[in-house]
Design a protein around this ligand. Structure first.
Ligand code: 8YV
Length: 320
């Protein structure tokens, strides 16, 4: 039997490739730190039965039109806004993602980002690195308290719930807004469901964990920032495109809100000359929500289980 051709769009560890070569004819972009060029991907998908890809690859109609034999796209992410899922579905191509395995790690990072922003940890570290610590003053690098404040979680899915659990440990009051009510969070964590506007008005920390869809595109816009408290801290660990970045920049410049912690941007990667990076009241991270060694390994493993399940088993484990 000929093996299905699997194209992997980024170099993955040798031991993973070794494990799957008995089942798949593996072809791979050989660089870990550079995305596969578009023309190479367009060429490679022509022969592939399956692809394993990252969120940096746009799997759009142009790519899918080339992919005459493609049966499955295994995306190494819980989000799949990099894939034209409708177009794939029309062509009978299955799309899978990596939910659950990254929930706790992404919640850890989201809460770490919230804490780093509130307590100005990056500025404080730079303060010593730049050799500025020559004295002490009562309000030196004074930030905002976190405990017993109100967190407003927009997007109370798996990761939102895991962030709420961490917030509970800090005695925070929890507000949330979501398409559907999360009764477990209400019972377990006394999370209170509210409309979007009152969440914005009442939260000390507004945390975005919504996927990017047509409905959430630039959800955090000029009007949204205007409704937040002037002491509010905005945290985004979902997708950059849910934010109007010009509006965020304006809100931060004019102190309409106090600070922001951002793991994601509307286009990525960003460079140090990006306007948001230049602000002192912003902590910027390079989209590392799920980036622990353990979790990235679990994500890759789940991608492979999805491919194996599709080609040799009972079907993919986590189709979208
Ligand atoms: C990506 C993410 O998986 O899961 C998501 O939706 O945004 C990240 O965890 C990661 O950047 C690898 O593609």
């Amino acid at each position: 039997m000929t093996k299905p051709i699997l194209y992997i769009t980024r170099k993955v560890p040798d031991q993973i490739v070794k494990k799957i070569t008995s089942n798949f004819d593996v072809r791979m972009w050989e660089y870990e730190d550079q995305p596969v060029p578009r023309n190479v991907l367009l060429q490679e998908v022509r022969n592939a039965d399956g692809i394993l890809c990252l969120i940096s690859e746009q799997i759009d109609k142009e790519i899918l039109d080339q992919a005459k034999r493609l049966k499955i796209i295994s995306n190494m992410a819980v989000g799949y806004d990099n894939i034209d899922v409708l177009a794939a579905r029309e062509k009978g191509i299955v799309v899978t993602n990596t939910p659950d395995v990254l929930t706790e790690t992404t919640a850890d990072l989201t809460f770490a980002l919230l804490m780093a922003t509130a307590r100005r940890l990056v500025e404080a570290s730079d303060y010593i690195r730049n050799d500025q610590w020559t004295n002490w003053s009562p309000y030196l690098l004074a930030g905002s308290d976190i405990h017993r404040k109100t967190i407003g979680i927009v997007g109370m899915g798996r990761i939102g719930h895991a962030v709420a659990k961490r917030a509970k440990g800090f005695d925070m009051s929890i507000l949330y807004h979501n398409r559907n009510r999360n009764r477990n969070a209400e019972v377990e964590l006394q999370a209170e469901y509210t409309d979007f506007e009152s969440l914005l008005r009442n939260a000390d920390f507004v945390v975005s964990l919504v996927p990017h869809t047509l409905e959430t595109d630039q959800l955090f816009n000029k009007e949204a920032f205007a409704k937040m408290k002037s002491s509010a801290i905005f945290i985004n660990a979902s997708r950059g495109k849910v934010v109007d970045e010009d509006a965020l920049l304006h809100a931060l410049h004019t102190k309409e809100i106090k600070a922001a912690g951002l793991d994601v941007f509307s286009t990525e990667p960003i460079r140090r000359d990006h306007s948001l990076v230049k602000l002192d009241n912003v902590v910027c991270l390079p989209h590392i929500g799920s980036a622990s060694v353990e979790t990235r390994t679990r994500m890759l493993q789940l991608c492979i289980e999805n491919l194996e399940g599709y080609f040799f088993g009972k079907g993919p484990k986590t189709p979208v």
